[in-house]
Design a protein around this ligand. Structure first.
Ligand SMILES: *Cc1c(COP(=O)(O)O)cnc(C)c1O
Length: 358
């Protein structure tokens, strides 16, 4: 039996996608083999790869002057790839710190560039510093931020204006959750395992004029220009994950595209926050204008009941609700693949639990 899986990542995938993958597992479109067994240079896989890129470009309305790369190494590899591609050794780069993932991005960038913290939300990382107060470096190679902090549940609902400085965004846990204006960004990157597909694939969207700024000693597989030149096939790409991501893109298209995803996601989040705010037993610490649509942390008024809550949730078929070890409490990750019914079931459980235990 399928459960409602609130995992922050690797996260739930749409059932339709898993069913299609199962149907095509042994024999993809009459080739007599699984996508896993195909040469990445063969006609069949090239068609899968090109279709996935075309669908992603269509969904996000990616302008023609951007490359879309399908790479490995996760968002964490991009923490290094970004400074190595966009800045000279020791050059100033600006970072906005809104929580755990911003910090990881900064500590990796510090190995390659002079990181200036343009803004810091400060403990307990439950808000977004007012953009007007950011102290930006005049000569920064780029401005990096984390549109959705997956652990803290803090999300930007507007894109900051970076002027002439390329804006770089770690969109791992928010890409495809709603429409975005790609033209506002220099680089967007996202690990797949939240809202795109299985782990092992990272999507990088990079503006053409930023290609060719990489350091001479950058590893080839991290070099955006080299990867773009080879159609992301400088070496063997993560073929099966790329294929599954392609099935997810088609699933999103069948279900109305990103505008429809955004409406459903907005509604799911609004319901869950309303249930939390409407109770004196549950609490979410995040400033209302910065609450994530994708990751909703909440605490119980009696933390000694956390384990009981998780056990009762599991019995009801609701799993992976424990909060990050650094935050405690609960966290419900409600990406595109989480149906409204899953959020409704969680709210029902929360209300029942409050009645019996509060
Ligand atoms: C999950 C996540 C990462 C880390 O991704 P990896 O693929 O494990 O490297 C980085 N940033 C954000 C915002 C994330 O949600």
């Amino acid at each position: 039996m399928r459960v409602f899986n609130f995992s922050p990542g690797p996260a739930a995938l749409p059932v339709e996608v898993l069913e299609q993958a199962r149907a095509e597992m042994l024999d993809w479109h009459g080739t007599g083999m699984s996508v896993m067994e195909m040469s990445h240079r063969g006609k069949a896989f090239i068609s899968i790869a090109e279709q996935a890129e075309a669908d992603l470009r269509e969904l996000l309305a990616v302008p023609a002057n951007y490359k879309v790369l399908f790479v490995q190494g996760g968002a964490t590899m991009q923490f290094a790839a970004v400074p190595l591609n966009l800045s000279a050794a020791g050059q100033t780069v600006d970072y906005v710190n809104t929580g755990a993932w911003s910090k990881k991005a900064m500590s990796e960038a510090k190995r390659y560039a002079a990181v200036h913290v343009a803004a810091d939300a400060g403990e307990p990382y439950a808000s977004i510093p007012d953009v007007a107060s950011w102290s930006r470096s005049p000569n920064a190679a780029y401005l990096h931020y984390t549109p959705n902090e997956t652990i803290g549940g803090v999300e930007f609902h507007d894109i900051p204006d970076s002027g002439d400085v390329p804006l770089v965004a770690d969109m791992s846990s928010t890409l495809l959750s709603r429409p975005i204006d790609v033209s506002k960004f220099g680089v967007i990157y996202a690990g797949a395992q939240k809202n795109i597909g299985p782990a092992g694939l990272t999507v990088v969207i990079v503006r053409d004029d930023l290609l060719g700024r990489a350091r001479a000693d950058i590893p080839g597989v991290l070099d955006y220009a080299a990867m773009a030149k080879e159609g992301s096939m400088l070496n063997t790409p993560p073929t099966y994950t790329w294929y599954l991501a392609g099935l997810v893109f088609q699933w999103i298209k069948r279900h109305g595209g990103l505008a429809a995803m955004g409406e459903v996601n907005r509604a799911k989040a609004a319901k869950l926050y309303a249930a939390i705010d409407g109770s004196s037993f549950y609490a979410n610490p995040v400033a209302k204008n910065a609450r994530s649509w994708m990751n909703v942390p909440f605490t119980l008024a009696k933390p000694d009941l956390d384990k009981t809550f998780l056990a009762e949730a599991k019995t009801a078929g609701l799993v992976t609700l424990e909060g990050h070890r650094s935050v405690g409490g609960m966290r419900a990750s409600i990406y595109n693949a989480m149906p409204v019914a899953g959020v409704d079931a969680l709210i029902t459980l929360m209300q029942q639990f409050e009645r019996t235990h509060a």
